[in-house]
Design a protein around this ligand. Structure first.
Ligand SMILES: [Zn+2]
Length: 756
């Protein structure tokens, strides 16, 4: 089936005016007759999204700051609602009331050895017309930092990750009682204060290092796209990965009017120590005033100073106080009812709120969502009747931490678990390659869609461009061979940091996350300079990638909504799980080897031999050897899964040749039964008890890492068990994951038999 798809693609590129003939292979999950009809509607759809509209929507939605609780946030929601309605969708606004702190007091100053007060202010630029909307802009801050007033010596901690603190240990430096200063990136920003607090720090500064998104990359704004000296990255520091995203006062249920709310002091996701983000303009004097050992080479940035670690003599006073207010968020929800299977839902979302004007984040992809909705509305007027129900969602409150999407998911959890087949997310769009992430049961599906979308720059398909780009970047011959021979490009497993989190990780709904990226550098993230002027000078300036995104996601929505049998595939899925299993075995072996080697070096006296009395270091402690774990249950489950996946693929292929014919076709009841089973396949990968110590996260294969945040941990119970040396827990998690995979194999097998 996959190679057919490739041939179809070549055919359609060479002779674009020809429509798909009756003798061509049908789309996966479609009878040949319906496949032809679908192809025609999809082709019509892809001609509709218009860059001029995308530009106009962006101009409107990013015209003023529109963070949670601001007048323009509500205004935008109402504008989106009016347009959904105008386009013929059945739309309404759902409001939730959530805890959203805004700053009251912000002080960052050096009190010794010299005095310096941080500006904490991004200047308006004459050339950038929205940068001067000062009265409506949120000041620079990190949302869900706890209130605090601390004065202490400063310590530079690189990116503030656990391994950075191991390095500090080796340097003999403790952060106990100190304020740390960490660089942005390499993890969810909320991980930095979390790890700092776990090591005894009492305050945390996070700064934008010019080596990462400033002048080391390209010219700074407004001459170029990068962060200027006073530019600051706002952002949430909520500890969502070890607790839950969404409103901290209503974990697990919808924050509707009258809902039960926890007292603030019981909210688990608020930081333990005060946090402030600062620019590199403000960071430089602080870092320059540090003494102590030189920072390890890979920690150093590109400020014109020697990077020392401290502690001190720089002593910093950090004071923050917030208005802990309940604010409304407005989700705009629009529906196109299904004609045959209205109880099977395809849900598509992108947020509309921003930290400030947010042209890139999130409006660049919100405008694609709107163009999809307008175009689908047109198709309905022309007679297109989607088989399943389509739900378009413009989320509010994503930036503080997925508030609108999480509250909606929690409020409608029971219906969603019963009806939702797939959730598709986007969040921002730039020039470049199609980034495909999601549930691996949709890997084959999204590869198929990508083969039908034209890249605006090269005119090859976005799939082909991605494949060739991966070949260019591949590091080994094996990687290149797989890229050339495997039918589908591997898609990324999803971590978090955007609105799919509640749908995939909490409810177990098969998910895709899509967007174009990679050709434009940017240093305006979460600053006042992420605006229409920046986007139309430095990103997808003619909105052709915006159109490509609307074409990609809209085609996905249609193809999922119209298929007789939901186009899930489990062969790629089983292949991926098998890969994870091997990774885990390698991870354990690597840990064992690491400990064995280190212990041997300690015995040999390697650390004593390399000791430099002028640059003293501390030898690591001797460690106990990691035990062997029993992977047998996982081995057996993966084998079962692989067998059932192949069986299902064969059964579907056989059925597809005859589907729609009177003799071989499946009756409506059979179809409904198969689809019901398919809809539960992602749910089977969840467990009601959730992951160890974070029960909101139910998915056993995908979760944001407790110490990475955005970054995914696949098979998180086992992987984090090994990483955090919880050996008994890792062993127990293997059994739990294996059990879920066996259930999964069972339901795939049942669906296959249903087809036969
Ligand atoms: Zn966003």
């Amino acid at each position: 089936m996959r190679s057919w798809a490739v041939m179809l693609l070549v055919f359609s590129l060479v002779v674009p005016s020809l429509s798909y003939g009756a003798d061509e292979a049908p789309l996966v999950g479609y009878s040949s007759r319906n496949s032809q009809t679908e192809r025609k509607w999809e082709a019509k759809f892809r001609g509709m999204p218009d860059p001029a509209n995308l530009r106009e929507y962006m101009g409107r939605l990013s015209a003023r700051p529109h963070h949670v609780g601001s007048p323009y946030d509500k205004d935008n929601a109402e504008w989106i609602l009016a347009h959904f309605k105008e386009w013929g969708l059945d739309a309404h606004i759902e409001r939730f009331d959530v805890l959203f702190p805004t700053p009251k007091v912000r002080v960052v100053e050096m009190v010794a050895p010299t005095k310096f007060s941080a500006k904490l202010e991004e200047p308006a630029l004459a050339i950038d017309p929205t940068s001067n909307q000062k009265s409506e802009q949120l000041p620079t801050y990190n949302a869900y930092s706890i209130d605090g007033d601390v004065t202490a010596p400063l310590v530079f901690v690189n990116y503030g990750l656990p391994e950075d603190y191991e390095k500090l240990d080796r340097l003999g430096i403790s952060v106990k009682g100190a304020i740390v200063i960490a660089k942005y990136y390499q993890s969810w920003r909320g991980v930095k204060p979390k790890v700092a607090a776990e090591h005894g720090a009492i305050g945390c500064l996070i700064y934008s290092e010019p080596k990462d998104d400033g002048y080391s990359v390209d010219n700074v704004f407004p001459q170029g796209p990068m962060r200027p000296a006073d530019g600051v990255q706002r952002g949430s520091v909520m500890d969502f990965a070890s607790a839950n995203p969404g409103d901290p006062l209503t974990p697990g249920w919808g924050a509707i009017e009258g809902a039960k709310r926890l007292p603030i002091k019981e909210a688990k996701s608020i930081t333990k120590i005060p946090v402030m983000p600062i620019s590199y303009g403000d960071a430089q004097p602080l870092l320059a005033a540090l003494a102590g050992p030189m920072a390890p080479e890979e920690w150093r940035g590109s400020l014109p100073i020697p990077y020392h670690v401290g502690p001190g003599p720089a002593k910093v006073h950090l004071k923050v106080e917030f208005n802990w207010d309940i604010k409304p968020v407005y989700d705009v929800i629009a529906k196109i009812p299904g004609s045959v299977a209205p109880d099977e839902w395809i849900v598509r979302g992108n947020h509309h709120d921003a930290w400030v004007n947010g042209a890139e984040d999130p409006i660049s992809a919100q405008v694609a969502l709107l163009e999809e909705a307008r175009s689908l509305g047109q198709l309905v007027k022309q007679g297109w009747k989607p088989r399943r129900t389509i739900i378009y969602c413009a989320w509010d409150g994503e930036e503080p931490m997925l508030l609108g999407s999480t509250e909606w998911a929690e409020q409608h959890a029971a219906e969603l678990q019963q009806h939702a087949a797939v959730y598709i997310n986007t969040d921002g769009n730039d020039r470049g390659l199609l980034n495909m992430g999601g549930s691996h049961s949709l890997e084959q599906f999204i590869n198929g869609v990508a083969r039908d979308i034209e890249d605006p720059e090269t005119k090859m398909t976005v799939w082909k461009r991605e494949q060739l780009s991966r070949i260019a970047k591949a590091k080994t011959a094996e990687e290149r061979q797989e890229l050339r021979q495997r039918a589908d490009l591997r898609i990324e497993a999803l971590g978090s940091g955007t609105d799919f989190t509640a749908y995939l990780d909490h409810l177990g709904i098969a998910t895709l996350d899509l967007g174009f990226e990679g050709e434009d550098e940017q240093g305006i993230y979460h600053s006042i300079y992420d605006d229409f002027y920046w986007y139309t000078h430095f990103s997808d300036t003619n909105f052709v990638f915006g159109r490509a995104l609307a074409q990609t996601v809209g085609t996905s929505v249609m193809r999922l909504a119209d298929a007789e049998v939901l186009p899930f595939d489990f062969v790629d899925f089983a292949d991926t799980v098998d890969m994870y299993k091997k990774e885990l075995q390698k991870l354990l072996a690597a840990k064992q080897e690491e400990v064995r080697e280190r212990n041997q070096e300690l015995e040999e006296g390697v650390f004593a031999a390399t000791f430099d009395p002028r640059r003293p270091t501390v030898a690591p402690a001797k460690e106990e050897m990691p035990p062997h774990l029993n992977f047998a249950p996982l081995e057996n489950a993966v084998e079962l899964l692989t067998r059932s996946a192949k069986h299902y693929q064969q059964a579907l292929a056989k059925k597809q040749m005859s589907m729609g014919d009177a003799a071989g076709g499946l009756g409506p009841e059979k179809l409904a039964a198969v689809n019901r089973e398919l809809m539960t396949t992602e749910r089977r990968l969840t467990n009601e008890d959730g992951l160890p110590r974070r029960s909101w996260y139910k998915h056993l294969l995908y979760a944001p890492g407790v110490y990475s945040g955005y970054g995914v941990k696949t098979v998180p119970g086992v992987r984090e068990g090994i990483e955090q040396k919880r050996w008994a827990e890792a062993d127990a998690e293997i059994v739990r994951v294996a059990k879920a995979l066996e259930d999964e194999a069972g339901v795939i097998e049942a669906a296959a038999r249903e087809l036969e």
